[in-house]
Design a protein around this ligand. Sequence first.
Ligand code: UDP
Length: 239
Amino acid sequence: NANSAAYQRILLKLSGEALMGDDAFGINRATIERIVQEIAQVARMGVQIAVVIGGGNIFRGVAGGAAGMDRATADYMGMLATVMNSLALADAMEKAGLTARVMSAIGIEQVVEPYVRPKALQYLEEGKVVVFAAGTGNPFFTTDTAAALRGAEIGAQIVLKATKVDGVYTADPKKDANATRYSQLSFDEAIAKSLGIMDATAFALCRDQKLPIKVFSIFKSGALERVVAGQDEGTLVYA
Ligand code: UDP
């Protein structure tokens, strides 16, 4: 029921690693199905959902660059990895009864339709889940930046950054038993405290556009739904 949602349109950023589950590499089917169930709960609330997915479970440009590859070439490989993840995610969403559309930032039209902003907006209004593939389409950027960019473009009310940890902590909760979760903090506080919420480009874009970010765990059952309902789950970074 749409009345219980605090947001009408969201941009969900999933890292490629979120799809690995306990595997060392690639896409774990059971894990992707679990994530899709979380997304389906939110779709049932009537919320318009756009997703940006990373590619780190398959390929990261920095790793290729460090191994001696041309960095831009390695980044294009990374972008192609996000296309694979996007196809897997959209497929799992369709199997779960959702309607999904993948749109790519790089031309690859026999596989995925190109990103066209008005079309993306139309799909969202039709209740389809839109998966933005290939990041920003440019090397030297990340899918976090793609999430900020697409989030701003489609007028999402919030970027939901799914991580393994259920928010931003005062210290590493694995190392420090006294670490506490920030329920919310401003962009300026996050900078002053040197809290790495997203990479600097993505963070700056969200801050400039006054696009709030919520950091939460996609592996905590029902967390995405609680976030969308506006409950105290994860950490809100506000302008
Ligand atoms: N990438 C890129 N431009 C973009 C987005 C991604 O070149 O706009 C490449 C880059 O090489 C990156 C890889 O795609 O390492 C996978 O994306 P990312 O590292 O953001 O994935 P995640 O860490 O979220 O799994």
